[in-house]
Design a protein around this ligand. Structure first.
Ligand SMILES: Cc1cc2nc3c(=O)[nH]c(=O)nc-3n(C[C@H](O)[C@H](O)[C@H](O)COP(=O)(O)OP(=O)(O)OC[C@H]3O[C@@H](n4cnc5c(N)ncnc54)[C@H](O)[C@@H]3O)c2cc1C
Length: 297
């Protein structure tokens, strides 16, 4: 099917985007990688009258290290993250999420900003970045506001970004070493959206105990969430079989999956536990200096 008719704009600056958004409001949509928006337009789930293509705005591209943070422009592509030695060294959980997202064509076009703004409950970026105290910058005509990722996504496909605003930057802190993280996803076919996914980010103390631990759940509810009870029980302790069994049980309890074509509630709860185990083990191995490749389940 062809999309409904629309008027196309290709601004060169964020200010121009904001002017267009102010002029056309809810009738306008930002086009980033187009990997979610264009299929929705072709299916006529989305029928924007004005399309604002932001791909020509240089200030939104790429990523850089700024002090102890990784700062990514909204247009940073999944493939850039997947291939970055800086990310592999410091934030392997992001490397996992990038490599496990879709296929090479989608990874070459799809953007970090688009994935977060789209807020698909099964999206990989929202789930993985939630384990990392991620912040995003949202820019409007009144300036820039910084929002924590756990505040940004308020419901399935729904964020705090207003119709006259755009997401411009994503900022992720590096963890204190020794640290490690991993993101594991179960998909029905290679390149598909997650049936369920789990991210784990750890910092260890000198005794090998969890000084800081974050467990994030994807496709296990309308929005990605943190498994706070599991985090609490792991906090300050060294991993043992009993402790991990208890944490796995808590992860399964905290997951709030819904039944859909990808699986039943019970099946997804079971997966949550299995994926937690795998992500925790990979994160711990990485924190101990072991090289662990992205896990393709
Ligand atoms: C075949 C296929 C398989 C896929 N598999 C996966 C997968 O396994 N995992 C996964 O996570 N994703 C998957 N995706 C989605 C893909 O990752 C998209 O790249 C992503 O969801 C959206 O990013 P985008 O840059 O393409 O955004 P677009 O499609 O351009 O935009 C998506 C939405 O976000 C808005 N938007 C975009 N950028 C901004 C911004 N800076 N500020 C405010 N609003 C903005 C747009 O207006 C639109 O509403 C798949 C897509 C396809 C086509």
């Amino acid at each position: 099917m062809y999309p409904a008719e629309f008027e196309y704009f290709a601004p060169r600056t964020v200010d121009e985007v904001l002017e267009l958004l102010a002029r056309y409001g809810e009738d306008a949509r930002i086009l980033a990688g187009g990997q979610s928006l264009i299929p929705m337009m072709k299916l006529r789930i989305a029928t924007p009258r004005y399309l604002i293509d932001v791909n020509g705005i240089d200030s939104l591209t790429g990523f850089r290290q700024s002090g102890d943070r990784l700062v990514c422009g909204a247009l940073c592509r999944h493939a850039e993250i997947a291939e970055s030695p800086l990310v592999r060294e410091n934030l392997p959980i992001m490397m996992d999420a990038a490599k496990l997202t879709a296929d090479v064509q989608v990874r070459n076009r799809g953007t970090l900003g688009g994935s977060l703004a789209h807020a698909d409950p099964a999206g990989d970026w929202p789930a993985a970045l939630l384990a990392l105290d991620t912040e995003v910058n949202i820019t409007g005509r009144d300036g820039v506001r910084t929002v924590r990722l756990d505040e940004l996504i308020v419901d399935a496909y729904t964020t705090l970004i207003g119709p006259d605003e755009m997401l411009t930057e994503v900022s992720v802190p590096f963890s204190r070493r020794p640290c490690g993280g991993a993101y594991v996803k179960f998909e029905k076919r290679a390149g598909d959206f997650a049936v369920a996914s789990v991210g784990v980010q750890l910092e260890l103390d000198e005794g090998g105990r969890c000084r800081k631990v974050a467990v994030s759940l994807g496709a296990l509810g309308a929005v990605p969430t943190r498994a706070r009870q599991a985090e609490e029980i792991l906090q300050g302790k060294a991993a043992s079989p009993d402790l991990l069994r208890e944490a796995e049980r808590l992860v399964q309890n905290e997951a709030q999956p819904f039944e859909d074509t990808r699986g039943s509630v019970d099946y997804k709860r079971h997966l949550a536990g299995v994926l937690f185990r795998r992500a925790f083990t990979a994160a711990l191995d990485r924190a101990r200096g072991k090289e662990v490749k992205t896990l393709h389940v």
